[in-house]
Design a protein around this ligand. Structure first.
Ligand code: ADP
Ligand code: MG
Length: 680
C-alpha cells in the first residue's frame, strides 16, 4: 500500500479531477507534495490591537463588537455597500463591505469578533474595507496560514485540503532526521513539524517547526552536494613533485598581493601534498587578480610534466586569458593553445591531435574543451573561471577529461563564508580579500536619461585625456530585435554624438573573429569607445578603460551591475560608472543606491541576497542546485546550525551508509533526482 505521502491528491475528499488540476499547477500532485506546500506567510490573529493604536496603511487585527445599526446603500451600476460601526470599548471604527448581501445576516449584534484587514485613518475616522472576520472565542487558531495560490483555487480550499491531509497522518511518520540528531539539537519531529507549519498551535511551535524543516532542507542539500561529487573524496591524486611558485612569480610583471600569494600556495600545497585531488574554490572580488593564481597553478603543473585545461565562459574571456598566459610564459618552454567554438575546424583538429599527443601543456578555451572530441594525454589540472557561469555538470565534464585531475574553480561572486560552505560544500576555499595596490575607488552615479547629454560630454573629456569608455546596453535575450536596437544605438552614437571618435560595437551574436578584432583594437587604443552588450560582463580586462555607462541600469541585477562595473577601475587612473535609469520603482532605486554607495563585492552580494531573495541570486540554472522550498540562504544562523549537523553526521558515517540515514539518502535522491549523482 502506498504511504499517505505518495497517494494522489484526488484521494482526499472534495478533490476531483478539476480541482486536482488546479493543485497540479502549483506543483502538487500527491498528498506528500501538498503537505510540503508550506504557507507563504501567516495572518496573525493572536494580537488584536486597540483601534486607537492601529497604524494607518497597515494590516492588523481588531477585537470589537457592532456598536450601531448596519446600513446598506446603493451604488451606481447595481452595486451596493454595507457600512457598520464597531467598537472595542474605547474607540469606534467603520467597517465597509461591498456587494455582499449575506453580511447583514452574518454579523450579529452583541457578539465579539476579530476583524482582520488593512486600516486607513483619515479625517473621517478609522476604517477597514472588507475585513476578514471570525467570532472571538478566546481560543481560535491565532495564526492563519496563507498559501501560494493559482486562479480558481482559494486559500480556504488549500487550507481545507491540508487540514484533511494532516488529520490522515499516521501516528508515526518516518523521519529523515536520525533520532540522535533530533535529540542532540532538540529538533521537532517531522510529524509535529508538518502539523505546526500549517496550523501552528503557537508562535513558538511555528518557529520550532520552521527551524526543523529548514534544517532538514539545508542538510539534505548540503549532504547531497558533499556526497555526490562522483566519488572524488575517495579518488587518489596524481601529485606534482616540485613547487615552482617562486619561479612563476619572477615571470609576473607585478608583485603579487599577500592574498594572491596565499591562494597560489594553497593550490600548490593541495597538488603537492593532498592524498585526494585538489578541489579548491578561489573566491575574490572583481579585479583582485585571480588570473595570476590560475596561471601559477597551470605553470606548476606544466613544469611537473602535466597538462592543464583553463575553461572560461565566453570567447572574449578565453581569448584574453590566452593572451595573458602567452605573454607570461613567453621565453619559457611551456606550450599553450587556444580552443573555442570559433577556432577553424582544421585548426581545431590540429590542436586536438596535439592535446592527445601531449604536445600542449596548457589549453585555454570555452565549452569546446568539454566536447567529446577533446581528449588529453595527461590532464592533471582543470580550471574553471567565473564559476557562476557554469553548471555543476559542466565542471564535472571537464574533470572527467582526466584521471582524477586537480580542480580549481574561480568565482568573482563573493558570498558569505557560511553560505559558500553549503553551495560549494565539496570545495576548499581560498579567499582573495585584497585588491592590488594603487587602485582608486570607482565613483558611481545614478542619472536619469535627461542628463545623458552631460554624461556624453563627460565621456568625451575622459577619452580626450587618452582613456577609453564602455557604454553597455541591456540585451537580456540577445535576440534579433534587441540586437538591432543596440546596433542602431551604436550607429547613432558613431554618426552623431561621437562622430569625432573611434567607436566600436561588440555583442554576443558577432562572429568570433570580429569580436576578437574589436576587443583587440579597443585594448590597443585604436577604439576609444566600445558600445557593448553584457558579453563584456565577465572578466574582460582593459585597464585603460575608465568610464562605464550602463543604459537602463535598472534592468540588471546587483551582482551583474557589480561585474559590469568591474570592467573599469582596473588600472591606476580614477574611474567612473554612470548608471542611467528612469525607473521609479522602489526596488530599482534601492539597487542603484547600493551601487552608488559601495564597491565592496561582499556587501553588494549581501544586499543582492536581501533584495532579490536567494532563489534569484543563486539561479537554479547557474549553480545546478535544486530550488529551496522553505530554507533561506540569507539566514546565517540556520545555515550555521545545519553545517554543524552535517559535520556530526559525516563524522559518524562519511558516506551515509548507516541504516539510520536511509531517510536522508532517500531525501537526497529525491532532491537531486534530475542530476546524475552516484549515490544509491
Ligand atoms: P580578476 O580577479 O577580476 O579576474 P584579473 O586577474 O583580471 O582580476 O586582474 C585584474 C588586473 O589587475 C589585471 O590587469 C592584472 O594584470 C592586474 N593585477 C593582478 N594582480 C596584480 C598585482 N598584484 N599588482 C598589480 N596588478 C595586478
Ligand atoms: Mg577574472
Amino acid at each position: 500500500m502506498a504511504s499517505l505521502f505518495e497517494k494522489p491528491i484526488t484521494s482526499l475528499k472534495g478533490i476531483g479531477t478539476a480541482k486536482a488540476q488546479l493543485f497540479n499547477k502549483l506543483g502538487i500532485d500527491s498528498v506528500g507534495a501538498l503537505l510540503y506546500h508550506f504557507p507563504r506567510s501567516f495572518e496573525d490573529w493572536s494580537n488584536p490591537v486597540n483601534i486607537s493604536d492601529a497604524v494607518s496603511g497597515e494590516t492588523c487585527c481588531i477585537r470589537a463588537k457592532l456598536s450601531a445599526t448596519m446600513r446598506e446603500s446603493r451604488l451606481p451600476g447595481n452595486r451596493f455597500m454595507v457600512r457598520a460601526e464597531v467598537s472595542d470599548g474605547f474607540d469606534a471604527m467603520r467597517i465597509v463591505f461591498f456587494n455582499n448581501k449575506y453580511i447583514t445576516s452574518m454579523l450579529k449584534y452583541d457578539t465579539e469578533y476579530l476583524f482582520y484587514g488593512k486600516v486607513t485613518r483619515d479625517l473621517g475616522g478609522v476604517q477597514m474595507v472588507s475585513p476578514e472576520f471570525s467570532v472571538y472565542t478566546g481560543k481560535q487558531n491565532d495564526l492563519k496560514p496563507i498559501y501560494a495560490l493559482t486562479a480558481g483555487l482559494s486559500n480556504k480550499a488549500v487550507q481545507n485540503a491540508v487540514k484533511q491531509a494532516c488529520e490522515l497522518l499516521p501516528s508515526v511518520v518516518a523521519d529523515p532526521l536520525p533520532e540522535f540528531i533530533r535529540k542532540k539539537y532538540s529538533l521537532m519531529g517531522l510529524r509535529d513539524a508538518i502539523i505546526n507549519i500549517h496550523n501552528p498551535s503557537s508562535l513558538k511551535a511555528l518557529n520550532s517547526a520552521k527551524l526543523r524543516l529548514c534544517v532538514e532542507e539545508l542538510l539534505v542539500l548540503s549532504l547531497g552536494i558533499k556526497t555526490m561529487k562522483d566519488g572524488r573524496n575517495v579518488a587518489k591524486a596524481t601529485n606534482i613533485l616540485k613547487d615552482y611558485t617562486e619561479e612563476f612569480i619572477s615571470l609576473l610583471p607585478f608583485k603579487p598581493t599577500g592574498a594572491q600569494y596565499r591562494a597560489m600556495k594553497d593550490c600548490v600545497n593541495d597538488m603537492l601534498k593532498s592524498a585526494t585531488p585538489m578541489n579548491r574554490l578561489v573566491q575574490g572580488d572583481v579585479g583582485s587578480g585571480k588570473t595570476a593564481i590560475a596561471a601559477c597553478a597551470c605553470y606548476n603543473v606544466a613544469k611537473n610534466g602535466g597538462q592543464s585545461a583553463f575553461m572560461a565562459p565566453t570567447e572574449i574571456l578565453a581569448e584574453q586569458h590566452f593572451a595573458t598566459l602567452s605573454k607570461l610564459f613567453l621565453g619559457t618552454d611551456i606550450r599553450i593553445s587556444l580552443l573555442t567554438g570559433s577556432t577553424k575546424a582544421s585548426e581545431k583538429n590540429r590542436i586536438r591531435a596535439k592535446l592527445q599527443a601531449g604536445e600542449i601543456d596548457v589549453i585555454v578555451g570555452t565549452h569546446a574543451l568539454i566536447t567529446d572530441k577533446t581528449n588529453f594525454k595527461n590532464l592533471m589540472l582543470a580550471v574553471t573561471d567565473e564559476q557562476h557561469r557554469f553548471g555543476v555538470s559542466q565542471r564535472a565534464k571537464l574533470v572527467a577529461k582526466g584521471e582524477d585531475p586537480h580542480l580549481l574553480v574561480m568565482s568573482a561572486t563573493p558570498i558569505p563564508r557560511t553560505l559558500a560552505l553549503i553551495i560549494y560544500g565539496d570545495l576548499d576555499i581560498s579567499v582573495v580579500d585584497e585588491i592590488p595596490p594603487g587602485r582608486q575607488p570607482i565613483d558611481t552615479l545614478h542619472i536619469t536619461s535627461a542628463k545623458r547629454q552631460r554624461a556624453f560630454g563627460f565621456i568625451k573629456k575622459e577619452i580626450d585625456k587618452g582613456n577609453a569608455a564602455y557604454i553597455v546596453c541591456p540585451l537580456v535575450q540577445e535576440d534579433e530585435s534587441e540586437l538591432m536596437a543596440a546596433e542602431e544605438y551604436a550607429a547613432e552614437l558613431m554618426l552623431k554624438e561621437f562622430s569625432d571618435y573611434a567607436v566600436g560595437i561588440i555583442h554576443g551574436k558577432m562572429k568570433y573573429s570580429e569580436k576578437e578584432k574589436t576587443m583587440a583594437e579597443f585594448a590597443a587604443g585604436n577604439l576609444q569607445l566600445l558600445v557593448a552588450t553584457t558579453v563584456i560582463e565577465v572578466g574582460v580586462d582593459v585597464p585603460r578603460a575608465t568610464v562605464m555607462m550602463i543604459e537602463d541600469a535598472d534592468r540588471f541585477g546587483l551582482s551583474q551591475l557589480h561585474q559590469l562595473r568591474g570592467r573599469v577601475g582596473r588600472g591606476n587612473t580614477k574611474s567612473y560608472c554612470i548608471l542611467v535609469s528612469d525607473s521609479t520603482s522602489e526596488a530599482s532605486q534601492q539597487r542603484l543606491s547600493v551601487m552608488c554607495s559601495t564597491t565592496d563585492g561582499f556587501k553588494i552580494a549581501d544586499e543582492d541576497l536581501k533584495l532579490r531573495g536567494p532563489g534569484d541570486f543563486f539561479g537554479e540554472r547557474q549553480h545546478g542546485l535544486p530550488k529551496l522550498n522553505i530554507a533561506d540562504f540569507s539566514d546565517m544562523e540556520t545555515l550555521k546550525l545545519s553545517q554543524d549537523i552535517v559535520k556530526d553526521i559525516l563524522s559518524v558515517s562519511p558516506d551515509l551508509s548507516g541504516d539510520e540515514f536511509k531517510g536522508l539518502r532517500g531525501a537526497i535522491r529525491r532532491l537531486f533526482k534530475s542530476s546524475e549523482g552516484t549515490m544509491n
